[in-house]
Design a protein around this ligand. Sequence first.
Ligand code: PGA
Length: 258
Amino acid sequence: MNRKYRKTVIAGNWKMNKTPTETKEFMAAFKGMLPKGRWCDIALCVPAVCIPAAVRAMRETRVGIGAENCNANASGAYTGEIATNMLVDAGCKYVIIGHSERRAMGETDADVNAKVLAALEAGLTPIMCCGESLEQREAGITEEWITMQIKLGLQNVTEDKIRKVVIAYEPIWAIGTGRTATPEQAQEVCESIRAVVRKLYSSKNARAVSILYGGSMNEKNAYELLAQPDIDGGLIGGASLVPEKFVQIIEAANQPIV
Ligand code: PGA
């Protein structure tokens, strides 16, 4: 983290978990134990049907609610899809874009880019995900792969908008596997992502962009990961489903470091 130049963001990704009723229960418990820490932004990205309950419960708190996907089109014949202005109207502040689980369902870098542009246009904070597979890591092409995903995902994102983008580095082999990247591995890639942003924009902008790590981050390993200079927060799946665990990760983000 580097609180001097950029925000620390702790974001939950519920994936396909919890009903609206369970959302209400989670939020009631979570609200009761929310740390007073001043440092980090907190986001909870939930299934679309849970957004109203989550927004209602978190009104007047520092927790921003987000969606897990969006459609890049403004409206029209896209059965089952949700447009960014609908998310805004429902009270969302964030949207996860390009999660590897969605890429596995066919989402391309061009789709990710269109969604990032649509989210920014609507005033949402996109949490744009990137990450390599185990084969890619073992083939030694992690940096090239991530660079490509970042460059394609950020196409036509203008200089004045780049600071509104949050980037999440999520190695696919670490997601939901309990196999976290080491703080050094995660730092190395997050640092290289910042270097790409620096090349595309400027050092000032690169310094201001929040880059999160995701992949089996939990209440036990969060402190060490967040202590890395280029890891500005976390995108948390499993551990965000349990209020006690998610709160402990937020507390790790409030640790007294520069
Ligand atoms: P995990 O998921 O924390 O359960 O590994 C992270 C994510 O997919 O965003």
